[in-house]
Design a protein around this ligand. Structure first.
Ligand SMILES: NC(=O)c1ccc[n+]([C@@H]2O[C@H](COP(=O)([O-])OP(=O)(O)OC[C@H]3O[C@@H](n4cnc5c(N)ncnc54)[C@H](OP(=O)(O)O)[C@@H]3O)[C@@H](O)[C@H]2O)c1
Length: 302
């Protein structure tokens, strides 16, 4: 028997195993490609046993952490282990969606287990430091039971009983960051092309992005920010022109214009639906009318 089992010994799973083992926890681990799990033991990590199957790992410990590539595969693995879930706590640290968390939670509780959904924010090298954030939601008694162990992995934020809350929070962090990464790397190329000093650009953008975040979230809390003439600061129509300009500039500068082509279509759809004079920060609402956005065609042809 061991204290915790871990399913998945990829980059993140291996960091979880190493950190818990370093603190003296006994572990049973399983990885689809067995050599990766064995490599951890062979590297001198003590207190770790490699299991022959997911079922053996589940039986070996009262709590099992899942950390594999996606939640659909977690469900597939667990569907074969229905009888081994009674009385167990399953902690899902694989990135997934709120619906996937609910499906996993329903499966585990129906089988007599308890479910804690989690999401990790941070790279594997941060595991074991407060810079790594673990978001949790689901069974509060399972959280109370596992809390001290999770705190050894990073900072913890419990978001309540809705099992979908942790992944909703996680995706809400990833969604704005992914286009930011693309945009920043494109901006670096643009600065280099034109000899703009990167230090000056960095100092400036580090100040403006936090201000934008505050401004946008402040607007999102006000029902009339997009339509109240006293509050409108920049319109959807203006954003059609700006995003089209950037898409065309990207083509000329040999950068991928895809992100701005998509934004141009979105803002054009907003104009077509009569929202051209609304504040452009209503862009998130424009997303909800998929039919309109997809029927407006490609902006570069318009
Ligand atoms: N790396 C990060 O910086 C980071 C940060 C936050 C969150 N996460 C999340 O952590 C999770 C794991 O990421 P990672 O970086 O460790 O990825 P990774 O290094 O690519 O490892 C993926 C793991 O999933 C396993 N796997 C894939 N398909 C499987 C299947 N069908 N059945 C069983 N096991 C399967 C792999 O097994 P094999 O070894 O056999 O391929 C491997 O153990 C993901 O949900 C990721 O989003 C990662």
């Amino acid at each position: 028997m061991s204290e915790i089992s871990i399913i998945g010994c990829g980059l993140m799973g291996a960091a979880l195993v190493r950190t818990l083992a370093k603190g003296g926890t006994t572990l049973t681990i399983w990885n689809r490609t067995r050599q990766k799990a064995e490599a951890i033991v062979q590297s001198g990590v003590t207190g770790v046993t490699v299991a022959d199957s997911v079922g053996v790992a589940l039986e070996a410990s009262p709590w099992t952490i899942f950390n594999i590539a996606n939640c659909a595969d977690c469900l597939t693995l667990l569907e074969h282990e229905q009888s081994r879930l009674r009385g167990k706590i399953i902690i899902e640290l694989t990135t997934g969606t709120p619906n996937e968390a609910r499906r996993l939670g329903a499966h585990i509780t129906t089988a007599g287990g308890r479910y804690l959904d989690g999401a990790i924010i941070g790279y594997p090298n941060l595991v074991g430091t407060p810079q790594l954030q673990i978001l949790c939601s689901g069974d509060p008694t399972a959280f109370a039971t596992c809390r001290a162990m999770l705190e050894r992995l990073g900072g913890i934020l419990f978001l309540g009983e809705n099992p979908g809350a942790a992944s909703a929070f996680d995706l809400s962090c990833i969604i704005p960051v992914a286009p930011l990464v693309v945009g920043l790397l494109q901006a670096v190329k643009i600065c280099r092309n034109e000899g703009v000093p990167l230090d000056q650009y960095e100092a400036f953008i580090k100040k403006t992005i936090p201000l934008m975040v505050t401004d946008i979230l402040d607007k999102a809390r006000q029902e009339d920010f997009a339509t109240n003439p006293d509050k409108i600061e920049s319109s959807v129509s203006v954003m059609v022109a700006i995003s089209r300009l950037i898409a065309n500039y990207s083509r000329d500068a040999d950068l991928d214009p895809g992100m701005f082509d998509a934004l141009t279509r979105l803002f054009e759809a907003g104009v077509a639906s009569g929202r051209g004079e609304h504040d452009w920060v209503c862009a998130a609402d424009l997303h909800t009318d998929h039919r309109l956005a997809s029927s407006s065609g490609h902006s570069e042809n318009s």
